[in-house]
Design a protein around this ligand. Sequence first.
Ligand code: AGP
Length: 611
Amino acid sequence: MCGIVGYIGQQSLLDILLQGLKRLEYRGYDSSGAAWIEPGEALRVVRAVGEVRHLESKVSETDCYAGAGIAHTRWATHGSPTEENAHPHTDQSGKIAIVHNGIVENHDALRETMLSHGVRFTSETDSEVVAQLIGYYYSHNHGFEESVRKTVQKIEGAFGLAVLCLDEPDKLIAARRGSSMIIGIGAAEHIIASDMAAIVQHTSRVVHLDDNEIAVFADGGFHTSTFDRQHVDKEIEVVDMEVQEMELGHFEHYMLKEIHEQPRCLHDTLSGRIDLRNGRARIAGLEELHREIAKVRQIVMLGCGTAWHAGMIGQYLIEELARIPCDIQYSSEFRYRNPLVREGTLAIVVSQSGETADTLAAMEEVRLRGATCFGIINTVGSRISRETDAGVYLRAGQEVGVASTKAFTAQVALLAVLAAELGRRRHLSMDRCASFLEELHVIPEKLERILGKASAIRELTSRFVDHDHWLYLGRGVNFPVALEGALKLKEISYIHAEGMPAAEMKHGPIALIEPGMPVVFVAPRDHLHQKVLANIQEVTGRGGEVIAICTEGDRRMRELTDHIIEIPETEPMLSPILSVVPLQLMAYEAALLRGHNVDKPRNLAKSVTVE
Ligand code: AGP
């Protein structure tokens, strides 16, 4: 979600606003901006696409004012990530500036109403509607505070809001419904933010605004009330946390935190991007390539490691849903292959960091040969995100653990959305597409249920952690999940593991099976289930110990093995988002049991920026 920071007091407000935005960068964003009122009565608004450092470069050292200011990091939901669409937004009089976190569900209707009153809009965003509506009321002789109150009662949907008014330079207003808004209390100064990360370095005394509440800051203090002016007493909390501790929360490691963040991250990844009513995807980057997408004849997927595994799942999804030939390529191999790139090729470039040298080079090679590049990237403003023709950000937030987890499930989710949209623009019916997207929409809740099995997964892992060789097997779309599970185990527990198609075992690897050897089967219920059961019997028949990731209620599986982790039923093509989570947790527990540094495993870097 977007990030909000506001300040009112006697310190240099821009330093505080920019520091605060940098504290929120880990949440992910695609543009940023700030607004403040200069003593000469000018309302300044500065915005920039990409990282906060680009915004910083637009602000001069002389801009060191006291008073009231607001700032924002934006995830594009309505309108592409451009400077015009970045926050803060102002009303047409230029007297009101707002930053907004959330989605205005009724923005179309409100926009139409104001257009009919002659209001001129300058952006494609739903948030600008809020600024213009406050300005509309203000220009019709309602006071600043009253104009905010009238507006927030008109908005449908979730919002966290901070507002400035040129005519009242020593006042700041914050409002909230559904999106976090925290007030940090200083000595005659206050900082507001959507996240503790931006506050905790300034003060430990905080107040949380609740839904349908407004806070008005002036004269060194503030008062809180409901939207319809009922006074509300708020309890001051004392938060005793270091920034890093706050970012880690109650988790022991970033990897574990990021595994457990996946339901929220997937919600953020999908937020504003799937239209269930019409069975469509809303991905700004796709619209920019509308003509190229219509002419796509071949897709090549480029990535490394975990990103490559996500790309392979994307290959199954695209060929199944969009019926477009799709080739998955290791970036490191593709760049030296002298590849054949036909007319109408779309290269989908998958990368969490957006800085992987092999993938950058592969992208350069495929573009040289005429392909159009579409990036699926997590890190905002990264090189790959800047060099692709278009793309989409994961919105998974900063991934600190070297072993990629939440980025993987977010990549698969976005590839599913992309595959559905590509299919919808060809032959996929609205109903089929809508039901597929509906199932994707409820995946985060199903993922929560798997996370609830963490202690059972820990216990199961402890039974096999002393084995130095594991196999991971799967068929169809579960094969790349097996590869990903093996990679997770290798890179943080240093146990040797190999992933392969389950049917490939009989072509040699079955010679490896010996009594007690752990063999993980990724085997949710699908059209190949019976064949996988046969493969399982080939392993148990030779004394192998089968660990099965299977669909809830798979009675046949319980007859074949005692080591079972069940996942909820879902669309088979979406099951990788669920089946990978037990494998992530198994790798995490194995690394802990072997005493290794989970977040910083030996020999590895989070981003491989060299060949
Ligand atoms: C995954 O756990 C590894 N850290 C590694 O394989 C990683 O996925 C690979 O280096 C690609 O990184 P990228 O997604 O940032 O391009």
